[in-house]
Design a protein around this ligand. Sequence first.
Ligand code: BEZ
Ligand code: FE2
Length: 406
Amino acid sequence: MKIVKTDFILTPHKIVSGKAVAFEKNIVDIDDFETLKKKFPNATIFEYEKNSCILPGFINTHVHLEFSANRAALSYGDFLSWLYSVIKKREELVPNCDRLCIQKAIKNMLKSGTTTFGAISSYGYDLTLCAKAPQRVVYFNEVIGSNPAAADALYNDFLQRVKESKEYADEKFIPAIAIHSPYSVHRILAKKAIEFAKENDLLISTHFMESRAEREWLDKGVGDFKPFFEEFLNQSIPANRAEDYLALFEGAPSLFVHCVWANEKELEIIEKEKHTIVHCPISNRLLGNGALDIGKIKYLGINLSVATDGLSSNYSLNIYEELKAALFVHYHIEPVALAFDLIRSVTTNAAKALKINAGEIKIEKLADLQVVKLPKDLDAIEQIPLHILLHTKKPEKVFIGGESYE
Ligand code: BEZ
Ligand code: FE2
């Protein structure tokens, strides 16, 4: 048994003062420190200084580890320019990220309080490292390919990767699938992969309506994607209609990444089908895609999860950076309320999206936790969520399934 005593607990639904948390793999009790010490006399005690706060570990639902070698190789500012640069550079970027590079990315996430991540795997090169990561991992084997002639080969390669990942499945490593996007995956391939996921009860993630170009191409077959598909892939019509693509996910609550350009009707379907929108504000900013209207997402009652995306469209996998960025991108929302919502987006909301029993300080939840230090002069307790975001670069301590990490 371990007992953590901090001044505050952010559950993250409310801020609690003067209580401690006792846990093994799961949270066992939340009570006065003295009461817990009497109840569990052999427990290991972790006692923190003034203005410390314990909160759930963060859950980053969307990262591409295989692209972690990128620093400044890719072109930012415009989505199509970025996509062209990814295609041009991926043959060097992906091999440049060797095992050490992937391990470093996983370690950086751990040090910055990420206790679960959703890894989008394009090639399977990150499989064994994700399988033995300290964190809980949902491993999304990705399928891509808009050319129907290649669909069978791509599907078989995808199935092979899913099969391999299933060999590592355990309590902390959960195989899943990703359909890259409606513009890049042929409808027959998308349908087969989604049916497979439904039959095998696997979670699904997809990029959706990330750019204006995607909106225009899928709706009208025009815009920046037209020359891309014509010249590059010899295709004159889109691989999917957005409406048909969304309908494939019916009955399988999934993760829809970006959705900056999703329309009202699509958002209503996303809400009705209990999908989650994954919001990556830094990636959206850097690729020239604009900002998601998170006020509307909240109004519609859609589950929102903030994530970093990969180092192919971000400078850091530290989710505290992403939350800080979100705080300033969404400048019209009152900052304390926004900070509260943002912390819930990477804890309870993300846990719901990934179907894991974590993301909340509550008896029986998994003990995936972090301790942060707040400034000594903290005055307004109700502003703790905002100060956590403003003053934390990395937590003091991380626990995953009750195991302690520095
Ligand atoms: C494809 O493989 O068909 C594809 C990849 C990236 C963007 C668009 C299409
Ligand atoms: Fe992504």
